[in-house]
Design a binder for this molecule. Structure first.
Ligand code: HEC
Ligand code: HEC
Length: 394
């Protein structure tokens, strides 16, 4: 019995220790479970604060060059999936801090003479990082092209020869043929449009249109291939385009755009636009302007558009008492300016467009000028053009 006693007297003590150990283990377990959540909550609170501070700094200091949403204005887009996926926080931190020498991008860190502390730069990085999950892939988007943009270019540039819907005209083949579209890839179309086939009557567009514009045109062709109908938003937009083309003196383009606007308009507005289209076709700029005025009043456009453009057109008309320039004349004039400034290559690209649009004596002069330039006789090309252009004025 005596041997049992000490054991019995220790039992409560042992139990207490066991309970304590269990207690410590349990509370440690609980702590371990809670701590990451607590740290995470604190981190996300810090991140939210930093992002909010960064958003304000960005709007005040960076948006003018990089865009409110980082979409890019004069500076490059920053809200871009490729940029954000491939650039570490530390890299963005140091670029923003030290700027990019010899570019518009200033240094922002106080260490480099800028206004911000390291913490503020960190806030900016946090804000830019917050775009990452939704950032668009701008390179891929730019490669895709926009069929609506394409149609605006097409209507002003290609319809003359290929028809409003790509159905073809006596001047150029159909472009909306599904089988033909399926047999050539985008690269083929891009080079065909850019290089043209001058000998066969297809002008060279690569020197006139940008690669982005050519991609937009291809996006339009692909939409036709899929059987989609692409339309410019409404008559107002077409009217606006037409007024814009009028300010360049490109009457065939004005006519084409107005004809399309008339298709989409109804009632009195349709009538006014049709009158304008007829006036554009016959080259009667006085009547054209009146009809455009009426169409604009009839609600064929938003209030803030046109006013200035219309005045410009009016001035051009009243000034010198001249008609609007003949088709292709504006291009021939800019070509002449290129020749005068010793840039025959620039002149050639403009003359090719002029050639596609001009008719009669102007067309002949442009043909001669092109041959002269090719033969290295830029001075003779100048004389030929000067004569043709002053003849048009007299
Ligand atoms: C005056 C215009 C301007 C302002 C203001 C400006 N940037 Fe820039 N930023 C640029 C230009 C231009 C570049 C491209 C420099 C180059 O050619 O590499 C650039 C580049 C960057 C880059 C690197 C992008 C890349 O693709 O490598 C980051 C990041 C950047 N800017 C962030 C900012 C932030 C943040 C601010 C405001 C604190 C800011 N910028 C203000 C013009 C500006
Ligand atoms: C002055 C008339 C004219 C204009 C303007 C014109 N084209 Fe053409 N285009 C042609 C002619 C003619 C051909 C056929 C050339 C040939 O027979 O090889 C052609 C061929 C093409 C082809 C190749 C078609 C095929 O299936 O082989 C494409 C693509 C094309 N043009 C696109 C355009 C685009 C886009 C524009 C506007 C930017 C445009 N063209 C403006 C006259 C024109």
């Amino acid at each position: 019995m005596s041997t049992m006693r000490p054991r019995e007297s220790y039992r409560p003590f042992t139990i207490a220790i066991l309970l304590m150990i269990v207690g410590i283990l349990v509370s440690f377990e609980v702590y371990q479970l809670r701590e990451p959540a607590r740290v995470a909550a604190e981190e996300s609170r810090d991140r939210i604060l930093a992002t909010t501070a960064g958003r304000e700094l960005f709007a005040d200091n960076c948006a003018m060059c990089h865009g409110e949403q980082g979409e890019g204005v004069d500076g490059p887009p920053l809200n871009d999936s490729t940029f954000l996926h491939t650039t570490l926080d530390s890299t963005i931190f140091s670029v923003v801090g030290s700027g990019v020498p010899n570019t518009e991008m200033p240094a922002w860190n106080q260490a480099h003479g800028g206004p911000f502390t390291d913490e503020q730069i960190g806030d900016l990085v946090a804000f830019m990082r917050s775009w990452e999950s939704t950032a668009p892939d701008r390179a891929a988007e730019a490669m895709k092209g926009d069929p609506q943009e394409g149609l605006a270019i097409y209507a002003a540039t290609c319809t003359v020869c290929h028809g409003a819907e790509g159905q073809g005209t006596p001047l150029g083949p159909a472009l909306n043929d599904v089988h033909r579209l399926a047999s050539f890839d985008d690269d083929w179309y891009a080079s065909t449009i850019a290089d043209g086939r001058p000998a066969a009557g297809m002008p060279t567009w690569g020197t006139v249109l940008s690669p982005v514009q050519i991609r937009d045109l291809i996006a339009l062709l692909r939409a036709w291939e899929r059987g989609e109908k692409v339309e410019l938003a409404d008559p107002a937009e077409l009217l606006q385009e037409a007024i814009h083309e009028l300010s360049h003196g490109d009457l065939p383009a004005v006519h084409e755009l107005l004809a399309q606007a008339a298709d989409r308009a109804t009632g009195e507005l349709k009538q006014a636009i049709e009158e304008a289209a007829a006036a554009a076709e016959s080259g009667d700029t006085g009547a054209l302007e009146k009809a455009l005025d009426r169409a604009t009043e009839l609600g064929g456009s938003s209030e803030d558009m046109g006013g200035m453009d219309m005045d410009d057109a009016g001035d051009a008309d009243s000034g010198a008492g001249a008609m609007a320039p003949a088709p292709g004349e504006a291009e021939a004039r800019t070509a002449l300016a290129d020749l005068a400034s010793g840039n025959p290559a620039g002149a050639v690209s403009k003359l090719k467009v002029s050639l596609a649009l001009a008719s009669g004596p102007l067309k002949e002069a442009v043909e001669h000028a092109l041959m002269d330039i090719e033969a290295g006789k830029a001075d003779e090309a100048r004389t030929v053009l000067e004569e043709a252009l002053t003849m048009g004025e007299g």
